[in-house]
Design a protein around this ligand. Structure first.
Ligand SMILES: O=C(O)c1ccccc1NCC(=O)[C@H](O)[C@H](O)COP(=O)(O)O
Length: 267
């Protein structure tokens, strides 16, 4: 895409959405290879976990931190995470600002057998098709993207499309309004992001506030972002979170396996 989709420069979310459309236009989701993989239930994997259910993230860079890690291939890191007890993995596939790729997802799929979340700013069916082709089990839909009408179609259309492709869907909320809508829609997997995507600030009490006010309905609730130590996991579990999505604090350590084990044994 040669010019901005948005009238002004836009905030972080608009820039992320812009990058997704750019990646689609650049052919980043056109895979030459594909894998045949029957999606595993993320919900079942979470409830089968004996300690802290962790979705650990393979994330080499981010808008909030810049470059996070230089060492290790995605497959090596994923194997260390799986061996240390991770319930599922989140693989960044957004090429701009996160240094991710579909190639990373494909490489990890061949290396591990636990469920994989394609972590991207999904705005189009094209990305969902690519997730399936690359062996993902789950895709992410960020509620704010759809509430602000930034995607190619509405959330229900993309949610249905992903379910028809036999993928799990994690719907991410940050505000009370977004979370309330997720509960009303009865989404199976709901993420509460502790990071505000408008200013990138972390507030871990967001998970506690939303669950205390609105409960969890029938959803499995995953607390996301800013989690760094066992006490964070213990606090978020006491607040009601069923599982925990952790990226930066693991990716920035020398010993990935030791860090995942430390968090896994928090419960
Ligand atoms: O991580 C960022 O800076 C970021 C900025 C804008 C949109 C999304 C972003 N991250 C995606 C995530 O949801 C996190 O990678 C995930 O929750 C893990 O967070 P953390 O443990 O804080 O790396």
């Amino acid at each position: 895409m040669s010019s901005s989709r948005f009238a002004k420069a836009g905030d972080t979310l608009e820039r992320l959405v812009e990058n997704s459309f750019r990646a689609i236009d650049d052919g980043a989701y056109e895979l030459k290879r594909s894998v045949s993989h029957d999606a595993i239930s993320v919900k079942k994997a979470i409830f089968a976990c004996k300690h802290a259910p962790l979705i650990t993230e393979v994330k080499f860079a981010s808008p909030s931190r810049g470059k996070i890690r230089e060492v290790g291939t995605p497959a090596e890191i994923a194997i260390a995470m799986e061996e240390a007890g991770a319930t599922a993995l989140s693989i960044l596939t957004q090429p701009y600002m996160f240094d991710g790729s579909l190639g990373n997802l494909l490489a990890v799929r061949k290396a591990v057998s636990i469920p994989l979340l394609m972590k991207d700013i999904v705005v189009s069916e094209v990305q969902i098709d690519a997730a399936k082709q690359a062996g993902a089990d789950c895709v992410l839909l960020i509620k704010a993207v759809f509430d602000r009408d930034l995607a190619e179609s509405g959330i229900e259309k993309l949610h249905e499309y992903a379910l028809r492709r036999e993928l799990n869907v994690l719907v991410e909320a940050h505000s009370e309004r977004e979370y309330a809508d997720c509960l009303s829609a009865n989404y199976e997997l709901v993420g509460i992001n502790n990071r505000n995507l408008a200013d990138l600030k972390i507030d871990m009490a967001n998970t506690e506030r939303l669950i205390k006010k609105l409960g969890k309905g029938k959803s499995v609730v995953i607390s996301e972002s800013g989690i760094a130590k066992p006490a964070d996991i213990q606090y978020l579990r006491s607040a009601g979170a069923d599982a925990f999505l952790v990226g930066t604090s693991i990716m920035e350590t020398d010993d990935i396996g030791a860090k995942v084990r430390e968090l896994y044994n928090a419960l």
